[in-house]
Design a protein around this ligand. Structure first.
Ligand code: UDX
Length: 440
């Protein structure tokens, strides 16, 4: 099938590449010509395990092409995916200008029937706006007879596991008001749907809301656990025991109940805010969403508070090794990462930070440049050199089993602050280290 994907960022690139992987003829379009030139040469703008190889393979097979030419892009695909960004504007609502600009350019250049698929995370009601924008352009062109359908088909990709999530999805949500389009989408997704039926069809607004509901629910689980973790500390309980105690209830489950130093990333913070905002616009006060966000903002400060408390507020001249900068393992993404809150607070308090991350160093340099008080280090041991204490912010695999005796020797103040509960406290303490984690 012929497919066009607008937006060669994270979602667009993964979508286009995976659709090519199963044999479709895909064009990925982006207005950023430099990005397109690089993609043509096989240079991928993001870090995602397996993606580079898959792009290359499909490019070589001629199933995946890149263009900055809108006309070519619109002319190509029966299916036109919109996978451009929806960044939050000042009040937290999703900014739709890029989505609507794509919709208009599809209408501007189409010469036959098109299925326009919203893949970007967009507020409820966006598909209606896409329709209005497209009809307006078609009218201006005097081409009202050209037909199109709009579908909401939200993505549920996790960074770091995006290819797997696309190839073996839990579900494929298709929101449409036209049964014929639902059939087309089912055919498109048939290769990902072989072992069981994964396509869930519904009306457009429900599909749009499903995406926000999923992310808000997951964020709620995390904030709930973080709230309980803070309470456990005050009560002298261990949240890790509590986690196992409740996770064993199949109604609750073990996943997504890990307490820590807060959730980050491009989705949860933005989507919780945007949903809250949507609620407000229709006159509903979303109490729970507001609390989820507040708990998370507070949680991102927890590690710093613990450090400050340990040092009685005297952080001037102290040196901290930080392991982990990305908002979670297996990505170089630092958007809304808890590490940023910690390192900025430490530096503001007069400390020096020696930062290490297996993938996000370049991104950190892009964000912070030569920030005073921040030293980038090339491996986890180099970060420890001359450090008073170690703080762990991201649970990369390679941090799971450090040599605690060595840490005890090298860290001047013999103390670890762990924002991800990576270790067994009693085991760490055997090496003469003080150990502060979350909720225990
Ligand atoms: C998320 C959704 O999972 C995905 O379905 C959606 O499409 C986009 O948003 P992602 O942002 O890649 O994906 O990250 P995810 O793996 O969900 O983690 C989000 C944040 O929650 C991370 O900061 C992570 O550290 C934190 N988290 C996750 C916890 O603190 N505890 C948990 O138990 C799980």
């Amino acid at each position: 099938m012929k497919i066009t994907v607008f937006g060669s960022g994270y979602v667009g690139l993964v979508t286009g590449t995976c659709l090519a992987e199963v044999g479709n003829d895909v064009i990925c379009m982006d207005i950023d010509e430099t990005k397109i030139e690089k993609l043509k040469q096989g240079i991928i703008p993001i870090y995602e395990p397996g993606l580079e190889a898959m792009v290359k393979e499909n490019q070589e097979a001629g199933r995946l092409r890149f263009t900055a030419d809108v006309k070519e892009a619109v002319g190509h695909g029966l299916f036109q995916f919109i996978a451009v960004g929806t960044p939050p504007d000042e009040d937290g609502s999703a900014d739709l200008q890029y989505v609507l600009a794509v919709a208009k350019s599809i209408a501007q250049h189409m010469e036959g029937y098109r299925v326009v698929i919203d893949k970007s995370t967009v507020p409820v009601g966006t598909a209606d706006k896409v329709k209005v924008a497209m009809n307006q352009v078609l009218q201006e062109r005097g081409k009202n007879d050209l037909e199109f359908d709009v579908v909401s088909n939200p993505e549920f990709l996790k960074e770091g596991a995006a290819l797997d999530d696309f190839m073996k999805p839990d579900r494929i949500v298709v929101g449409t008001d036209n049964p014929r389009t639902a059939e087309l989408l089912k055919a498109l997704y048939a290769p990902f749907n072989r072992s069981r039926e994964r396509v869930i069809t519904m009306d457009i607004r429900s599909a749009e809301l499903t995406k926000y509901a999923a992310n808000a629910m997951l964020a709620t689980k995390i904030s709930f656990m973080n709230e309980l973790a803070n309470l456990a500390e005050k009560l002298g309980a261990d949240i890790e025991h509590v986690r196992q105690g409740i996770g064993s209830d199949s109604r609750i489950g073990y996943s997504f109940i890990y307490p820590g130093c807060g959730y980050g990333g491009s989705c949860f913070p933005k989507d919780v805010k945007a949903l809250e905002r949507t609620a407000k616009q229709v006159g509903y006060q979303a109490e729970l969403l507001n609390a989820v966000e507040n708990v998370n903002d507070r949680q991102k400060k927890r590690l710093f508070e613990k450090i400050q408390h340990y040092y009685d507020g005297n952080l001037k001249g102290k040196v901290f090794a930080i392991w982990g900068l990305s908002f979670k393992p297996n990505t170089d993404d630092m958007r809304e990462a808890p590490s940023r809150v910690l390192l900025e607070a430490l530096i503001d308090a007069g400390a020096t930070v020696r930062a290490y991350d297996p993938e996000a160093l370049e991104e950190a340099k892009r964000i912070y440049g030569n920030k005073k008080g921040l030293v980038y280090t090339e491996d986890q041991n180099e970060a420890l050199e001359d450090a008073d204490a170690l703080a762990i912010v991201t649970e990369w695999k390679q941090f799971r089993s450090p040599d605690f005796d060595h840490l005890s020797q090298i860290l001047r103040d013999k103390v670890i602050f762990d924002g991800r509960n990576m270790f067994e406290p009693a085991f760490v303490k055997q090496s003469g280290l003080a150990y502060y984690a979350i909720g225990r």
